[in-house]
Design a protein around this ligand. Structure first.
Ligand SMILES: [Zn+2]
Length: 57
């Protein structure tokens, strides 16, 4: 099963994440590549901080 990043659409291969189409792949799993995963984590962290700041004020 191939994993494709749902943000930048890179697919995970044996040599890492590359910008290539997962053509012909029947089983594709959507996830995040390490780069986009970090961005998602940061966004969630910022949102969480903003939310908690709003709740405490
Ligand atoms: Zn990505």
């Amino acid at each position: 099963m191939r994993t494709i990043c749902c943000v930048c659409h890179r697919t995970k291969g044996s040599n890492g994440w590359k910008k290539q189409k997962a053509a012909g792949e029947i089983r594709i799993s959507h996830g995040y590549c390490p780069d986009c995963y970090q961005q998602v984590i940061q966004q969630v962290y910022i949102c969480g901080k903003a939310l908690s700041a709003r709740l405490t004020h």
